[in-house]
Design a protein around this ligand. Structure first.
Ligand code: ADP
Ligand code: MG
Length: 195
């Protein structure tokens, strides 16, 4: 999509001034491509990997972690679950899946970590997920936003928003040279009688 965007843009720019009508059509196409890009992004963020529905949360996370570790050489990822006997519901599952994806991407991209510990604990009425790396960490401002984050991706902010959207909380603790820990707490109501 980006290639298409730049291609059309270059085409627009290279048109001679006289071809006003062609140029305006070209501009229209450009804004269509932009709109399309936004739509695609919105739609794909709604999508759930089919595996989540078919196999459930824990096997999907296990699979994702194994694939991720294969792709990123030299990174050992440990995954444990405690007390999670039932599935926490589709909304919570997708939030956790996306959180893990972004956290691991960040670890691969920024942390220089060798080990990661992922722990998923069900402690009524919450599901707690911690993702801890032994990498270089980063400086945080008082409200635990990384310095300079305005110029960077929306990863951590997006994570916080996702967690917030299901009534959960997220805490990030990171210090230079001391690694990073992300802790997410999500309220879950298991679909049991009397719950
Ligand atoms: N696990 C981590 N280890 C070290 N630094 C991290 C880690 N996670 C995030 N960061 C820092 O926080 C910044 C913001 O992360 P994020 O919001 O995901 O944006 P992006 O990944 O696009 O830079 C990163 O640029 C990086 O400096
Ligand atoms: Mg990121």
């Amino acid at each position: 999509m980006t290639t298409l965007h730049f291609g059309i843009e270059a085409m627009c720019d290279s048109l001679p001034r006289e071809l006003k009508e062609v140029k305006s059509r070209c501009d229209e196409s450009l804004s269509l491509v932009q709109k399309l890009g936004e739509d695609v992004r919105n739609i794909s963020s709604e999508l759930r990997p089919g595996m989540l529905d078919h196999l459930g949360l824990v096997p999907t996370l296990k699979w994702y972690i194994a694939e991720f570790a294969k792709r990123i050489g030299g990174l050992h990822i440990d995954f444990q679950t405690v007390g999670l006997k039932e599935r926490p519901g589709p909304e919570i599952e997708i939030v956790l899946y996306r959180i893990l994806q972004e956290a691991l991407n960040n670890i691969a991209k920024h942390s220089e970590a060798k080990h990661v510990n992922v722990l998923l604990t069900y402690s009524h009425p919450k599901l707690i997920c911690t993702i801890k790396d032994d990498g270089i960490g980063f400086e945080q401002t008082e409200d635990r936003v990384p310095f300079g984050s305005e110029n960077q991706g929306i990863g951590l902010l997006g994570m916080r928003e996702r967690v917030g959207s299901v009534g959960g909380t997220m805490d990030i603790r990171s210090k230079n040279a001391e690694g990073t820990m992300i802790r997410v707490e999500l309220p879950i109501s298991l679909r049991e009688a009397g719950d």
